[in-house]
Design a protein around this ligand. Structure first.
Ligand code: FMN
Length: 139
């Protein structure tokens, strides 16, 4: 049974390039092996991540990620059964969510994933992908 999970969290301390690279490297091997796909959205003091895959694999990875001391306030926004993957081409893609990005700021200055509905969060994610924010592909 396929599921899609969405959570939000806050990095503890500054997010360095090294940290991001490590996460993407881990994802490239682990997620590929476990057939997990998704997208990691980073910026403005937040991480938002979508994980897609078999339910037990997604649960397992989410538990590992929750225990990661690089972030806190990990909050589950949604977990749903799905028929098809939306981010099937990426073991983990990276999108930058930046308040300095005028597209993001103008369109949604008030966006706060901790109070927004999952539907709104997915909407913003879709927009970020469409508006061509830089995406680092880790196939
Ligand atoms: C925001 C965030 C997203 C992460 N996403 C993934 C992921 O998709 N796949 C993965 O294997 N590890 C991911 N990690 C890393 C895991 O939390 C954890 O550090 C790693 O799986 C530990 O692997 P190890 O025990 O082999 O060192 C992420 C970490 C953070 C902070």
């Amino acid at each position: 049974m396929l599921v899609r999970l969405l959570y939000v969290s806050q990095p503890v301390g500054p997010v360095t390039t090294t940290m991001t690279t490590l996460i993407l490297e881990k994802s490239a091997t682990y997620n590929k092996k476990e057939n997990i796909t998704g997208i990691l959205c980073q910026g403005s003091g937040l991480w938002m991540q979508v994980l897609e895959g078999e339910r037990s694999q997604v649960n397992l990875l989410y538990t590992r990620i929750m225990a990661d001391r690089n972030h806190h306030n990990v909050e589950l926004l949604s977990m749903e059964e799905i028929a098809h993957r939306r981010f099937g081409q990426w073991s983990m893609a990276l999108v930058y969510l930046s308040k300095d990005d005028p597209m993001v700021q103008m369109a949604h200055p008030e966006f706060d994933p901790y109070t927004a509905s999952a539907k709104e969060a997915y909407f913003i994610l879709d927009e970020l992908i469409k508006t061509g924010s830089p995406i680092v592909n880790t196939p």
